[in-house]
Design a protein. Structure first.
Lengths: 84, 156
């Protein structure tokens, strides 16, 4: 079964006490569906909060974007960015 | 496309080390062509009652952060005629009065240089994978994103 890396950053990493997990996926799903799946698996409803932002293979993504399990390597979840 | 429109790795640096503005300025100037250089430096302000004991930790997402900045610079280069762009963003632990970020833009005339520097800095704030954490003797807090930074993008 194809698997993807899911990584967490900043305050979200600290809340989840995890840098990331590997997730096995049977079929393509949306970003929001992945959030739901992980929130349930990790018992972390924080992943469903509006403030949790997403990147698919280094590009910012929306909740409705599809994760193609054949081509995607890494999905990241993180709080709003605060650089500069 | 001229060479000046190409993005190479020397354009962008995400690094722990400090940077020297004079060196960056000199690297931006193209002999006989550069008529204007606009530069911005972001610094760590005092954010607590104990500046000597306060620091920032800047976290980034290696790979994504560089890609975000490359895209922002490419957009600026499409929009304005630029002779050179340099972006340096520091990560790791920084103290009060340390330099955080440098954006420099060279062009023939000042209007392009000012506008592109402002544009790149605005997008760096809201579209590049960096996160700041404030650390004081009493507590550590992740800095929250400001709506005013997101709103500022509407100018472009």
């Amino acid at each position: 079964m194809p698997s993807i890396n899911v990584v967490f950053f900043a305050s979200l990493r600290e809340t989840l006490k995890s840098d990331g997990v590997s997730v096995e996926l049977e079929q393509p799903l949306t970003v929001f569906e992945l959030k739901q799946k992980l929130a349930q698996q990790l018992d972390q409803p924080v992943l469903l909060e509006d403030t949790v932002k997403t990147a698919i293979d280094y590009d910012f993504a929306r909740d409705t974007d599809i994760i193609d399990i054949e081509t995607v390597h890494e999905v990241a979840f993180f709080p709003p960015v605060t650089g500069g | 496309m001229s060479d000046s429109r190409m993005i190479n790795t020397q354009t962008i640096s995400v690094q722990e080390a400090d940077f020297n503005v004079q060196t960056l300025y000199e690297s931006l100037c193209v002999p006989h062509k550069t008529g204007a250089v606009a530069m911005f430096v972001g610094r760590v302000r005092d954010f607590s009652e104990n500046p000597e004991q306060s620091s920032f930790v800047l976290e980034h997402y290696p790979g994504m952060t560089e890609r975000n900045i490359e895209k922002i610079v490419a957009q600026a280069q499409q929009r304005w005629t630029l002779l050179g762009v340099k972006v340096v963003h520091r990560v790791g632990e920084l103290g009060v009065d340390d330099q955080i970020v440098f954006v420099g833009v060279a062009s023939a005339h000042r209007a392009e240089a000012f506008a592109a520097c402002d544009f790149i800095m605005d997008y760096l704030k809201s579209r590049a994978a960096f996160w700041k954490k404030e650390i004081t003797p009493k507590a550590s807090n992740w800095v929250e994103a400001k709506q005013s930074d997101e709103d500022s993008l509407q100018r472009w």
